[in-house]
Design a protein around this ligand. Structure first.
Ligand SMILES: Cc1ncc(COP(=O)(O)OP(=O)(O)O)c(N)n1
Ligand SMILES: Cc1nc(C(=O)O)sc1CCOP(=O)(O)O
Ligand SMILES: [Mg+2]
Length: 202
């Protein structure tokens, strides 16, 4: 699978709506603590918008809702793996990416034949409290050597300035929350990401 280099992770359907027209093609909807009716409504709204713009929507955590609502890609953390029914997920043709933070998690993930592997936090993140220290670039590089042609997603503390280091270390895709969410103009910041990515890969 070819992954887009820019991977937006967000809880905000309005941010998704803002960035779709300017070209975002890979989006994770990551919503925590929302009532079921609101959650369903947000997921459906994101789905319809992403379809309209030909963007890939990945739903974080809620694999059962993905089955119910026809979302064809989910992101699963290690805790999610304990409850996920992979027969149902695979039979429905749903693709999945898996979070990893250490070697044992990586080996668990690889046994599930994921569509991508994520490693994080590469740099310190302010988004959520994590038990993991920043993983750094050489670990990212080791992950790429181990997983080879499975796409590698880097996440955690990514910014425009850090793009060259993360891509050169072997990440296929860069997942970002705060650098876009807190930008005074998210469209400008997204454009800066794309310019920087182009500069590095060309
Ligand atoms: C691309 C990507 N990588 C890692 C995560 C983290 O997933 P998880 O460990 O399940 O933690 P939560 O995001 O659910 O808090 C992710 N969401 N996306
Ligand atoms: C949601 C998440 N998962 C991580 C992991 O390492 O699994 S790091 C992270 C936060 C990413 O947000 P930001 O771009 O704001 O640092
Ligand atoms: Mg999760």
């Amino acid at each position: 699978m070819i992954m887009e280099k820019f991977y937006l992770v967000t809880e905000s359907v309005s941010l998704i709506k803002k960035l779709l027209p300017v070209g975002v093609k890979l989006i994770q909807l990551r919503i925590k603590n929302m009532s079921q009716p609101d959650l369903r409504q947000n997921i459906m709204e994101a789905k319809i918008c992403c379809e309209r713009y030909g963007a890939r929507l990945i739903l974080n955590d809620y694999w059962e809702l993905a089955l119910e609502l026809g979302i064809n890609f989910v992101h699963l953390g290690q805790e999610d793996l304990l409850k996920a029914d992979f027969n149902r997920i695979r039979n429905a043709g749903i693709q999945y990416g898996i979070s990893t933070h250490d070697r044992s998690e990586l080996e668990i993930a690889l046994k599930l034949y994921p569509d991508y592997i994520a490693l994080g936090p590469i740099y310190p993140t302010v988004l959520k409290k994590m038990k993991w220290h920043p993983q750094g670039l050489s670990k990212l590089n080791r992950w790429k050597q181990r997983i080879r042609n499975i796409p590698l997603v880097a996440i955690g503390g990514l910014t425009v300035e850090r793009i060259p280091y993360v891509l050169k270390a072997g990440a296929d895709s860069l997942a970002v929350v705060t650098d876009i969410k807190t930008a005074s103009d998210p469209i400008n910041r997204y454009n800066a990401w794309q310019r920087q990515i182009k500069k590095v890969i060309n």
